[in-house]
Design a protein around this ligand. Sequence first.
Ligand SMILES: NC(=O)c1ccc[n+]([C@@H]2O[C@H](COP(=O)([O-])OP(=O)(O)OC[C@H]3O[C@@H](n4cnc5c(N)ncnc54)[C@H](OP(=O)(O)O)[C@@H]3O)[C@@H](O)[C@H]2O)c1
Length: 516
Amino acid sequence: MTLAAPPQPQAGQRIRGSRPKPSGSCVFVIFGITGDLSARLLFPALYNLAHNGFLPEEFAVAGFALGDMNEDQLRDSLAKDLREVIGADCDTAIVDRLVKRLRFVPSDFDSPSGWQQLHQILEEFDKTYHTGGNYLYYLATAPQFFYPVVKRLAEEHLFDEANGQWRRVIIEKPFGTDLQTAHDLNSQLLTAVRESQIYRIDHYLGKETVQNIMVFRFSNGIFEPIWNRRYIDHVQITVAESLGVERRGRYYDKTGALRDMIPNHLVQLLAVTAMEPPSSFSATAVQNEQVKVLESVPPIDPEDCVWCAVRGQYTSGTVGTEPVIGYREEPFVDPHSKTETYVALKLAVDNWRWAGVPIYLRTGKRMRKRYTEIVIQFRNPPLTLFRRSGASMPSANRLVIAIQPQERISLEFESKIPGPIVEAETVNMNFDYRDYFEVEPRTGYETLLYDAMIGDRSLFKRADMIEAGWSIIQPVLDAWGEDHGGPLYEYPAGSDGPEAADQLIHHQHRAWRASS
Ligand SMILES: NC(=O)c1ccc[n+]([C@@H]2O[C@H](COP(=O)([O-])OP(=O)(O)OC[C@H]3O[C@@H](n4cnc5c(N)ncnc54)[C@H](OP(=O)(O)O)[C@@H]3O)[C@@H](O)[C@H]2O)c1
């Protein structure tokens, strides 16, 4: 493990594309350390960062959670989970080192003695591991604790930055449940901490392929000139999950697919796909452009919700070869639930570049397969040049940016089928990450944790971005809340969603790209 003393990058100074250095010294404080997120994603991300030499020597972890474990039990439990998640290649020296530098506050967030203990631990770390009074807090807690914990941190002076120290807080999703609650939460947080100290996370932005969209668009001469209404017919963004609600029935039944996925993940993919080139890759310049494009999405007219927003709920079916139960039979779900597990939307971006180009979003649970992709569908060629030789109208070119499970970019174009007749078939030109780069195992959180440690906010969301995301879906939430705006369609688990979603796009003589 390389934990050698690094030249420390300055806040916001990392140039993407240059080789990153280990982050500066700090304590990583996880509120909710005994939870699922911490074991399944945060600790594996820390492991991967350490494994690749991105964590400095001067690093330690503090955890705060109710928990019925003591410190040793928590260490054992996290080490065991880490070994399971990382698998056979797990380097036990890294695991041992991470858990050895872990201290635990087993306490309610309300308890004064818990906060006293946290102060002591932070002071000890600063002395023992030279963590320099730099603290990165991670709120891996249910949303009702976001503001109380931030407020308490402020009251305890744990956001005070003196003598070059930094203090930052990463806030998980869900960020609000609608536009008003997101706005209220932003306002509350800003009474306790400065915006520049808040890192609102969306782990989709930690994915290499998502970051690569900006590089792909703005570092290549050939795509940007055709990335507009003159050449692009429409855009499709799909996030399909084959899993059901698992153990999250209680949360999900109150939330639904629209709230759970659209204002954060899908809207974020829309923003990177449709934004204008930023004046630089500084956080402010990138975020300004993303907010600008999101604010150009006109709210769906409530009258149009019936046909611009389709909702569905899965019934029992078969995913792959596995028979699965319907949503209403899932644990902790109301047997009469009207919560949507699928949503498809037709949106627009009213600006010079995108006027008249529909943007279709869809996401669902218990779909035929798990995949996330962005499809840029180009316009048809202006005429069928080979029609006299019997050739049919060629298919329009398509650029597919696959985000998961494969990380790939492919361009579909027409090619002549060998032989005496002029006949064309769609072929693919593929760029697969694995063919060119050594793809390290990743959780998607590595880049984001690292960026938060070096003070680079470009992959995090500003308050106005969060609110712009909610503004886009608020009319649909209102329409569905009042139970007008189209029926809740059923779809069998293991299918591609309700037929009504096909109608949404067919209506305009288009079709969803079939999952391969
Ligand atoms: N899990 C994921 O895959 C995932 C993905 C994306 C976002 N998120 C978000 O991340 C956050 C955490 O999710 P999670 O799945 O890790 O939740 P979780 O498993 O329920 O963990 C919640 C944590 O908070 C602690 N806690 C609860 N009430 C407390 C209190 N009053 N005082 C002190 N500690 C308290 C729990 O301690 P006990 O264990 O003792 O109860 C536990 O450590 C949520 O906002 C979620 O939406 C999760």
